[in-house]
Ligand binder design. Structure first.
Ligand code: KG4
Ligand code: ZN
Length: 339
């Protein structure tokens, strides 16, 4: 069979990205135009600005992905695009652009679920990895513990009841004056802090032991900061960051390992922006080693939003015969496993 080349487009949040992926696992190009500098001015992602920037960049980013891959439009088999979840205006830019491309070039169109993309990022550098495995998806908008039964087949064992893990990182970073985006900054400043300095809560959720809750932890940090301010006592930014991060890491590792043991998995993967956290990666590495479980994690560039992961997920959907219609729309709250 001839090679299957997917041109993938991702615009669900603040990264305009395009990539060319060959036969599902080989990334020929991975172009990412980040808007972080722009949103940093406002302390977070401004949806309207994100949409406008995507419109400005998408053409150039896509052309660059094609050029860097060293291929022409004739070589491309199909166009894959993230259609949810995400910011509706931002998603719409990618979806409309991908539809126009697919229509003009007479190529199949494949709508891809953003979280399925994050999970699929693990296939890029681990050529031997195949389902079934357990995957923890931790991003700015999601914290999901997922059973990956097969390509494109998922069962959510647990999810957050309130804030996503990345959201908690971003909010705590803002509170201790680190600014946006919080995750990478807390990761870095924690290296100088003591993770045992404060004993922040590790929430257990009643009803489903695999669900997460991070809003209590966030409030505990805010309360601590307030009480120190009232007492006029100095706060160690590094200690708060490290102790907060340790609480998140403990909960994520604890839930995941319990699920692996209960369901008897010997393969475990992490995905999403928070999966690029160096302390989290080290903790999972150790926990998996202790249990004789193979641990998979994408390189940081494939953890945060990118289009290569959408190309991988798009490839497996394409091979299963999935094709989107011309009425494909952006679905901001799309659930995993839904069409
Ligand atoms: O997956 P992603 O790029 O976008 C979404 O789909 O949400 O994740 C972005 C999130 C942000 O909350 C960011 O602060 C967090 O991932 N993040 C990190 C790190 N790098 C990014 N969190 C902790 N440690 C990091 N090194
Ligand atoms: Zn994402």
């Amino acid at each position: 069979m001839s090679d299957v080349l997917i041109m993938a487009i991702e615009s669900s949040c603040d990264e305009t990205a395009a990539a060319v992926v060959k036969n599902g696992r080989e990334v020929l190009s991975n172009v990412i135009s980040s808007q972080i500098d722009l949103h940093t001015l406002y302390g977070g992602v401004v949806p309207e600005i994100a949409s406008r920037k995507h419109i400005e960049k998408i053409n150039q980013v896509t052309e660059q992905a094609l050029t860097e891959a060293g291929v022409t439009w004739d070589d491309i088999t199909a166009i894959a695009v993230t259609y949810g979840p995400g910011l509706v205006g931002a998603l719409l830019v990618g979806v409309s652009f991908a539809k126009s491309l697919a229509w003009a070039l007479k190529k199949p169109l494949i709508g891809v679920h953003h979280i399925e993309g994050h999970i699929s990022a693990n296939y890029i550098e681990n050529k031997e990895l195949e389902p079934p495995f357990m995957c923890l998806v931790v991003s700015g908008g999601h914290s999901h513990l997922v059973k990956v039964s097969d390509y494109g087949e998922y069962e959510i064992l647990g999810k957050t009841r309130d804030d996503a893990a990345g959201e908690a990182f971003d909010k705590v970073a803002r509170a201790i004056g680190l600014g946006y985006p919080g995750g990478p900054k807390i990761d870095k400043v924690s290296n100088e802090g003591n993770p045992l300095a404060m004993d922040f809560p590790r929430a257990k959720v009643v009803g489903n032991e695999y669900d997460f809750s991070f809003s209590g932890l966030k409030s505990a940090v805010l309360n601590y900061l307030n009480s120190m301010e009232m007492k006029g006592e100095p706060v160690s930014q590094a200690d708060v960051a490290a102790s907060f991060q340790q609480a998140v890491v403990d909960v994520l590792v604890g839930h995941s390992m319990r699920a692996i043991e209960e369901y008897g998995f010997n393969k475990f993967a992490i995905a999403g922006g928070v999966a690029s956290n160096s302390h989290l990666r080290a903790a999972f590495e150790e926990a998996c080693k202790e249990r004789g479980v193979s641990f998979y994690r994408p390189s940081p560039i494939f953890c945060t939003d990118n289009a290569a992961m959408i190309g991988v997920a798009g490839y497996y959907e394409f091979m299963k015969g999935m094709r989107s219609d011309w009425d494909l729309n952006a679905v901001p709250n799309l659930k995993l496993g839904e069409r």
